[in-house]
Design a protein around this ligand. Sequence first.
Ligand code: ZN
Length: 212
Amino acid sequence: MNAISKIVCVGRNYAAHAAELNNPIPTEPLLFIKPPSSLTTLAELRIPTHLGACHHELEIAVQVAKRLQNVDAETAARSLGKATLAIDLTLRDVQDRLKAQGQPWERAKAFDGACVLAPWQAFDNLDTVQHSQFQLLRNGKLQQDGDATAMLTPIAELVAHISHVFTLEPGDVVLTGTPAGVGPLAVGDTLELHWQMAERELQWSARVQARD
Ligand code: ZN
């Protein structure tokens, strides 16, 4: 696999999630970037404990297999080789303060360990990913119940759109937005991630640790 040069994320790609945070639905995808230093695994899921609430945002992540620059959705769909589930860790109190001050979100979303990835899964057809369902359970309780067909900008269109803004290099990762149900994590929490994709049923678990 190529080294990951960046992770491009989209905010508010599910209407119900935009509504739960009292945000308007954007007229074009709301993009932000996490650096490679934010990448971590479920086994190493660590949250800062002195910066206010750290929310889970469960998302489908896709990995780019070819260099993509100014491509259309068909080309984008053919150029994605792998997918997985990601947790876009978000320091919600810090983000609220930054938003109120009109400042960029990096302190809330790009810190070390803020992009948690489950193991990559190969797929043959992006349709299977676009028609998948995914859930996050916290301490056994269902928190997020996602249906990828509800994305405001579907994956192929989203990746194509991104390629007109940032050239995507092989290995780069796109996070496709979180459904409703985001909420705070606490050290010691047990998380379960479930993903139903065509006839596949995937499941991972993690334990939340302190970063400091
Ligand atoms: Zn997110």
